[in-house]
Design a protein around this ligand. Structure first.
Ligand SMILES: *Cc1c(COP(=O)(O)O)cnc(C)c1O
Length: 477
């Protein structure tokens, strides 16, 4: 199986050749040229598998060019109780992504039991092992450069720490992350992890990354790569938990289910779309946004109108504060029947700072066939959902998960089992928990007192030459 670009102007490539890259050379995003299908017989066989075995089966469909025995070693060593079993005391560490039933038909899929307490660990840990494997095969090395406002950077660092052939240079806005997030990243002592605190805001850090990436000579010389949310390896690894969540929430493969997904860059829910295209019986993909409602607006009105960063609100579910959803192009490619010329037309308008509107086109009529519905949640909704979930079920949820629960309950068709994806643990967002419940969220034992550990980071002005000099000094080729 090969991967093609949404923009249609790049050569098709196998999984192992797109794994380490980001965008396709034509500026598009990679997708399988056809979605692998899962037969009814396979679904019946997969229902009883462990998470690691299920991950092996799903990834085998996406990465047929990795020898099976090698892939099995990688999935087995990724999805273990050591990696995913230390965040909670009240769920089974061997299950990796346990389903918690709040009441009949209403479930939470626990995806935040990994090392950084957010769902991004589910895919990023696999990516770390896949990268190490691929680089070892090619006798090569990679310097990962990224910018983070919190969750992505820590998930990447915890996935790449100690990995052969990989260095991570992670930029974050100086003094702008929570004490917990800062401690999570800056307390890492691994020699292959470099934290860089940029004097400025997140966008300044992001601009520096873009400036370095646009210097093709520097990029090639220092083997610069990324692990941002458009990476296909991350999306494919996220497909796995839609299967595991479906199996846990239903009794047979004759049933349908609904998934509610707190969304920002459309990576998580894109994996749900792909699981559905592979044949998983998902009746509804419920997309939840916070006050930054670009995606909700699209599914309600047919207009996709990314905002400028100046019109992006800072909310209490900060990992969903996006102005433009970087994976959305993948879904629109399918919606327009994989017509790359059409897609290029739409993204020409978006990239020029505009919008596109599918109302009145055949694509608007096709949209309901993809199972999406959407809704939005505000700070007041979030606080009241956290409170209700706590009072009614004794479960403390984080702000993002609360957005998903609120919209999920509103939008789910009666009679369908609803699986709400948990995207982080409340310990990461203490302030809003305090506001909602007047008490502190519990912290996993491994994270107690993390703010008191010694921290190290390089503080730097938002200066591209200083950044390049730092990379050059620390990344011998
Ligand atoms: C990244 C993140 C999201 C958004 O996921 P996307 O894949 O960008 O849609 C939601 N919640 C949390 C806690 C996150 O870290």
């Amino acid at each position: 199986m090969k991967y093609i670009s949404t923009r249609g102007l790049a050569p098709a490539k196998p999984f192992s050749e797109i794994l380490l890259g980001g965008l396709a050379p034509d500026g598009g995003l990679y997708l399988p040229e056809e979605y692998p299908q899962v037969s009814r017989i396979e679904l019946d066989e997969w229902r009883i598998l462990s998470y690691a075995d299920l991950a092996f089966e799903v990834m085998s469909k996406f990465a047929p060019d990795i020898p099976s025995a090698d892939l099995k070693v990688i999935t087995d060593k990724t999805y273990t109780a050591e990696v995913y079993g230390n965040a909670r005391t009240d769920s089974d560490p061997r299950q990796i992504a346990p389903l918690r039933t709040l009441e009949p038909g209403l479930h939470i899929l626990e995806l935040s039991n990994g090392p950084t307490l957010a769902f991004k660990d589910m895919a990023m840990q696999l990516l770390g092992n896949l990268f190490e494997y691929a680089l070892d095969k090619q006798q090569d090395s990679l310097n990962i450069l990224g910018a983070t406002s919190g969750d992505t950077g820590s998930a990447a660092e915890y996935a790449m720490r100690g990995k052969q052939g990989i260095r991570v240079f992670m930029l974050s806005p100086h003094g702008k992350m929570s004490a917990f997030q800062t401690a999570q990243m800056y307390s890492l002592q691994d020699p292959n992890i470099f934290n860089i605190a940029v004097r400025g805001v997140f966008d300044d850090a992001q601009d520096l990354v873009k400036a370095v990436s646009n210097d093709l000579e520097f990029k090639a010389k220092y083997k610069i790569g990324t692990v941002n949310s458009i990476n296909w390896g991350r999306i494919s690894a996220q497909v796995v938990y839609y299967f595991s969540g479906y199996f846990a929430a239903t009794n047979s493969n004759d049933e349908q289910a609904a998934f509610s997904v707190p969304s920002g860059n459309f990576g998580n829910i894109c994996a749900g779309h792909i699981a559905r295209m592979m044949g998983l019986p998902i009746a509804q993909l419920i997309l939840a946004t916070n006050e930054n409602d670009v995606l909700d607006e699209f599914f309600r009105t047919g207009v996709y109108r990314p905002r400028g960063t100046a019109q992006t609100f800072h909310t209490s579910s900060p990992s969903m504060d996006i102005s433009k959803a970087s994976n959305f192009e993948r879904f629109i490619f399918d919606l327009v029947g994989r017509d790359s010329a059409k897609l290029r037309g739409f993204w020409g308008q978006v990239d020029a700072g505009g919008a596109f509107d599918i109302k009145g086109t055949p694509y608007w009529d096709a949209l309901p066939g993809f199972g999406f519905v959407s809704g939005k949640s505000t700070h007041a909704d979030r606080v009241s959902t956290i409170r209700q979930t706590w009072e009614k079920y004794g479960l403390m949820v984080d702000t993002h998960t609360a957005d998903g629960i609120k919209v999920g309950i509103e939008q789910c068709r009666p009679g369908l089992p609803l699986v709400c994806l948990e995207t982080a643990l409340p310990a990461k967002f203490e302030e809003t928990i305090r506001e909602a419940l007047g008490r502190e969220p519990e912290r996993p034992a491994s994270m107690k007192g993390i703010e008191n550990l010694p921290q190290h980071c390089e503080v730097m002005n938002a200066d591209v030459n200083a950044l390049k000099a730092f990379i050059a000094a620390n990344a011998p080729r």
